[in-house]
Design a protein around this ligand. Structure first.
Ligand code: ADP
Length: 401
């Protein structure tokens, strides 16, 4: 079975074609600057055979439908292609950022599902492109099952005391203002992988999962189900991120608007795009932050400490939420690769049962690994995430059912 996983952003389209026999990535691609004067498509074909082979082409790509046509052309074509025809794609799995309260599991797309996703667009207007991608795929692959997997779905098990905001309840009833949480596909994937690694059933595992990439979020997982998470109505909430502030006093919003004479849109952009690591030290990429810190840059050092401090504080909070934990799990770009952040976030937590092994933390062994000391009551794990594979598996399961 070949499953095509699609992630469509406002001006981009990411895709992966996965051979489900062996979970092999046959091709992965990125189409960028859709709707601009000149777009580009980059595809990596047969990465297991030719790990460094990439192809890039530039041409105008007017819209998502054109982008998908181009993707198909590249997947099938002589030069970059990995399949013979469109019928070699058995199902399409779509990443959808906001499922609202309507979806707590993946679904097969039909007209009603499309309408429900459309009704949720006001909750995440920046991600309206997800729907555009689904509609383009339905046109391009009319007979093929399309499945949607939602970033919010794993977090739908949060209890009301965790997901409601202490604001007038009409706002929830009228506008569905509440905590949704994001990165759910990743938190779910690493939960299952961690349970496998620790030899426990998923529904009997308690975890604190930390997805630390450009976007960052953590989840408290009780018996394999999400009990709380750091992102909220939007991905702005919670941890400090590459360019997002994470949690700040909400009164900052009117204060900045008033004193800097900024509009709602401008303050929103300031907190989402000019804050976080970037706002504090001028670099949004943690590798650059470390490089600057090593040269003695004090704001880079501060940005690093602020980042790790917020992860640590949340580990403590979620230990209290759970009462106990089998493991703390680090994943995504920073979580998987950055021993400094992991060490700083776990430093001094021995009293809470968390004790890293410095050697294991610094080793670069691939795959799932334990980085805690043997006598650490709570295990600390690095679990590489794979959201595309999770979407492909969910798609396969639904299509086979
Ligand atoms: P996205 O949220 O865009 O998927 P990633 O999960 O790829 O992001 O994470 C990007 C972040 O991971 C960046 O801050 C980058 O600096 C960091 N990162 C990636 N590789 C490393 C590494 N080897 N060491 C430290 N940080 C890394």
């Amino acid at each position: 079975m070949h499953i095509l996983v699609i992630n469509s952003g406002s001006s981009s389209l990411k895709y992966q074609l996965i051979d489900m026999a062996g979970d092999r990535v046959m091709a992965s691609g990125l189409i960028e600057r859709i709707g601009e004067d000149m777009g580009s498509i980059t595809q990596k074909s047969n990465p297991d055979k030719w790990p460094d082979a990439r192809s890039v082409e530039h041409r105008p790509i007017p819209d998502h439908k054109a982008a998908m046509g181009l993707m198909v052309e590249k997947l099938i074509g002589e030069e970059w292609g990995v399949i013979g025809s469109l019928t070699d794609i058995d199902a399409v799995g779509h990443r959808v950022v906001q499922g609202g309260e309507s979806f707590s599991s993946p679904v097969l797309v039909d007209a009603a599902v499309v309408e429900t996703i459309r009704a949720n667009v006001p909750l995440a207007p920046l991600h309206a492109a997800n729907l555009v991608g689904i509609e383009a795929a339905l046109e391009l692959f009319p007979g093929t099952p399309n499945v949607t997997v939602f970033d919010t779905e794993f977090h739908q098990t949060m209890p009301p005391k965790a997901f409601l905001y202490p604001v007038p309840m009409d706002l929830y009833e009228e506008l569905r203002i509440r905590k949704y949480g994001f990165h759910g596909t990743s938190h779910k994937y690493v939960t299952r992988e961690a349970a496998k690694f620790l030899g426990k059933p998923v529904d009997g595992i308690d975890l604190i999962t930390a997805h630390l990439g450009n976007g960052c979020s953590m989840a408290a997982v009780k018996n394999g189900r999400c009990a709380d998470t750091t992102m909220g109505l939007t991905p702005l909430a919670g941890l400090m991120m590459g360019t997002r502030s994470g949690d700040v006093d909400p009164a900052l919003f009117p204060f900045i608007a008033r004193h800097k004479k900024m509009s709602v849109t401008e303050v929103d952009a300031l907190l989402n795009k000019q804050s976080g690591l970037l706002g504090v030290c001028g670099s949004s990429d943690m590798r650059d932050v470390h490089a600057a810190r090593e040269k003695g840059n004090e704001t880079a050092q501060l940005a690093f400490e602020m980042f790790a401090y917020r992860v640590k504080a949340r580990i403590g909070a979620y230990l209290a939420v759970l009462g106990r934990a089998d493991a703390v799990v680090f994943t995504a770009g920073i979580g998987e690769n950055d021993a400094f952040v992991r060490a700083e976030a776990c430093a001094g937590l021995e009293g809470l049962g968390i004790k890293l092994s410095p050697e294991r933390n610094e080793s670069r062994e691939p795959g799932v690994r334990r980085i805690s000391a043997d006598d650490s009551p709570v295990a600390v794990l690095v679990v590489p995430t794979n959201e595309e594979l999770e979407i492909a598996h969910a798609t396969k399961a639904l299509v086979e059912a």
